[in-house]
Design a protein around this ligand. Structure first.
Ligand SMILES: NC(=O)c1ccc[n+]([C@@H]2O[C@H](COP(=O)([O-])OP(=O)(O)OC[C@H]3O[C@@H](n4cnc5c(N)ncnc54)[C@H](OP(=O)(O)O)[C@@H]3O)[C@@H](O)[C@H]2O)c1
Length: 180
């Protein structure tokens, strides 16, 4: 099983020019907390990301987590990150590690498009930012899914930006499942 964590603007935008278009310290703290917290200190979480997201990180690897990068090209990773050329291969590998508690898909757009359709997806942790950042990269359109809302926080505000933490699960709509 794995979870997705994402922050989007009001048009489902997630990035621009291979970086994050907004600065929201509370959301960065939330991302850190969610992706690092474990119930047993002997455990760690794994984070899986696409090559562009990895390249966009100002500091790499992200601390206190097993960093996994997906690419169909050879990657020169020297700081303990692992590279795989398919999402399933990465998931299968992580499932066999006895010290991993949770697995998070942290982006970007290409990887999210695969992850939302995957049968091992458990929850989506989605920070909704109520503004338009003229993004060039997007979280997938979920109109073909049945979305089960589990948590919607109150609306919060930082630097004049309003945002909300949400958590939901997804199922392919019955119509599409039958058509498969
Ligand atoms: N708002 C947020 O929460 C958030 C989170 C993360 C990232 N972002 C933003 O998203 C943007 C980057 O997203 P992106 O869509 O351009 O790229 P991405 O998904 O980060 O990376 C795409 C690349 O990763 C590899 N890849 C992805 N899925 C794969 C798979 N299933 N199997 C094998 N390789 C796979 C491929 O690399 P190769 O081409 O090498 O084969 C692909 O070209 C940036 O702007 C970043 O700041 C935003």
């Amino acid at each position: 099983m794995f979870d997705i964590i994402v922050a989007t603007d009001q048009n489902n935008g997630i990035g621009k020019d291979n970086s994050m278009p907004w600065q929201l310290k509370s959301d960065l703290k939330y991302f850190f907390k969610m992706t690092t917290q474990v119930s047993n200190p002997a455990y760690q979480n794994a984070i899986i990301m696409g090559r562009n997201t990895y390249n966009s990180l100002p500091v790499k690897p992200l601390s206190k987590r097993l960093n996994i990068v997906l690419s169909r090209q050879d990657m020169d990773l020297t700081n303990g990150e692992l590279a795989f050329n398919s999402f399933d291969e990465a998931l299968n590998y992580v499932e066999k590690l006895d010290y991993i508690e949770n697995t998070w898909v942290i982006g970007g757009g290409v990887l999210y498009a695969t992850a939302v359709q995957h049968q091992k997806l458990r929850y989506v942790y989605h920070t909704k930012i109520m503004a338009d950042f003229n993004c060039d990269t997007f979280f997938p359109d979920l109109s073909n899914f049945v979305k089960n809302d589990l948590v919607n926080s109150e609306i919060l505000e930082e630097n004049n930006l309003r945002f909300q933490y949400t958590k939901y699960s997804l199922n392919l709509s019955p119509k599409l499942t039958l058509a498969k």
